[in-house]
Design a binder for this molecule. Sequence first.
Ligand code: NAD
Length: 734
Amino acid sequence: MNLTNFRFETDADGIATLIWDMPGRSMNVITPEVMAELNQVIDHVVASEAIKGCVITSGKEAFSGGADLTMLQGLRDLYVGLAREKGEAAAMQTFFDESRKLSLLYRKLETCGKPFAAAIHGVCLGGAFELALACQYRVASDDASTRVGLPEIKVGLFPGAGGTQRVSRLMQTGDALQMMFKGEQIKALPARNSGLVHAAVPRDQMLQNAREWLKANPQAKAPWDDPKFKLPSNKVYSPAGMQIWPPANAIYRRETNDNYPAARAILSAVYEGLQLPIDLGLRVESRYFAKILRTKEAASMIRTLFVSMQELNKGARRPADVPASRLKKVGVVGAGFMGAGIAYVTAQAGLDVILIDRDIEAAEKGKAYSHKLVSDQIMKGRAKTADRDALLGRITASADYGDLKGCDLVIEAVFEDPKVKAEVIAKVEAVVGPRTIFGSNTSTLPITGLAEHSQRPKNFIGVHFFSPVEKMLLVEIIMAKKTGKKALAMALDFVRAIRKTPIVVNDTRGFYANRCVGNYIREGHLMLMEGVPPAMIEAAGKQAGMPVGPLSLNDEVAVDLAYKVLKATKAQLGENAVDPAQERLLTEMVETHGRLGRKNKKGFYDYPEAGPKRLWPGLAELTKNRLDPELIDMQDLKERLLVTQALEAARTYEEGVVTDPREADVGSIIGFGFAPYSGGTLSYIDNMGAAVFVKLCEKLARTHGERFKPNRQLKRMAKTGESYYGSAEKKAAA
Ligand code: NAD
């Protein structure tokens, strides 16, 4: 055999071991070459009389992350090309045949007549777990890093190489659907308990365990290839099935609002497949897979959440001519809510942190936040006491600015007050050297203005985190007028070190993310003042694909913060820059009723000690207007909530705040949860086309006000047929 991605050896008992170990890659992935080699191996195992069975394992620290998504993107392009040349029907046939090759290969392995086993250590996901599912036996290491699962849904895809059929024949239907809907990654022990793997053993016993099993089961078949096979949840059309399917439909709707064609396809493929023998079930799955692969949702999600995100993480925006910085020590000034979180993620990345506040008690309080976070991890079995000691050992709480000496980077997260910030900038610069980069975590003050207080404006940059810092993946890097490329490189190296995703934006009020999400919240406020029932506003947000409704979101970020921002905007830009209805609402909420949000348990919602939050009944008194819910067009509400954000993104793009559509899209999904199925704010516009979007904006402007008026660049794009990604590609090529 001619293998480059695998090693193959056979022992004296006739048990072969296939070690997947792709050269030059840190992680194994499924590529056309891997598929061709696997095919050779199956033929070889079948043809060699001496071989009784074969264990598949990995030569790396993980089994495999699954299919190479760029390969799937390539398949999609193939379809578009073929459809142009040979017509839709011929293109669809080729596309179907191509997209089911992996499924057929796995079925060939499963039915070749000799048994295969998978020995899994580390992650084994997507197409790789589907390979394991086609093996008659699966053993996983009980290591904490071992995880199996089918996370395809997270990029708008669905398991198309047998996953939907095999998992639903191994587990209770409800559990199988849940696992695929959520894209859950399951640890070894729960995987064994639910029947996804047969055994969970220490890593050093894994191969032996698989070999013993193969020796003892030379005739093994998949359970579904046994004529006596019974489905774990009984037949679809049975009393048991009737307990499952009607609620499954309801849960699907509740979880996805029907926004994700891939989730619907999972439901259909399992429902139809379980009524058929396995080969036909696999064929049904392939049909859905071919369909899903061609959806704009899959294309957009793969592009944004996989390709673009990877490019940004790898430093797409980093100035290539600045050598990599070796960050060792980072200063954080202001140990409040944000500073404490920044200190935690920095220490977690193995960097030393000096955490400064006005007095040592405040600094220690900030450090205690890290103690709490790691302790929670310990409780959940995800960290050890030694990890906590090591992490806390890296954080020095202090009230002495002198301790910042030697820091490569200092980030301030003090009060949002230009005077306090100016003082801190001066104090920091008095002790650090000329190479230290200064980052501000301000969320509303223009960085260029703050940089005026700096003696070294070249070293001054915005490093804007989102809350809660330990959970949110996005960091906005803001370039002030005089920010130099060394500062940019250092900021990006830092973001990479703490394993977050950066977008680089130019300086403007609200930067990028908060401008868009601020519009979402404002639209919710305005709807409320028009008399739309609050529950409908919240439902419209979720149905549009946002993680939470605009009123919930405002409660999370604080109602008084929205009020402060509104007042500051008015002070700087004048009366007309704010909406009077929103101003009235926020003034009443904050000043009259002291409703500040979740932080004081009183916002748009009440937060009772016992039981879930519920909308504050007093909202009815505040708004006065009442619209008849029967006459409110839900589609209109959903459009308003998404369009207002996408339009703001379009404006930031025209203004040069965001300069790359990939950053606008990635930032919108991981920064504020913009309807992920759309691929992000600018993909949302590109997918419907600028002309349609402009028409939609104009319609909304007529009924709801000037704020929906499309910007000039969009109107031009509507005329020329340009798209954001099309123009960006042209620019890159030129
Ligand atoms: P916070 O009030 O919780 O914390 C501010 C901390 O700074 C306090 O501990 C205070 O004692 C300390 N401080 C004040 N003056 C100081 C000084 N001269 N020297 C040292 N320490 C000083 O505020 P926060 O919510 O953490 O916000 C901090 C910054 O982060 C602000 O600029 C804010 O705009 C920005 N930000 C906040 C959020 C958010 O969701 N809260 C999100 C992104 C950015």
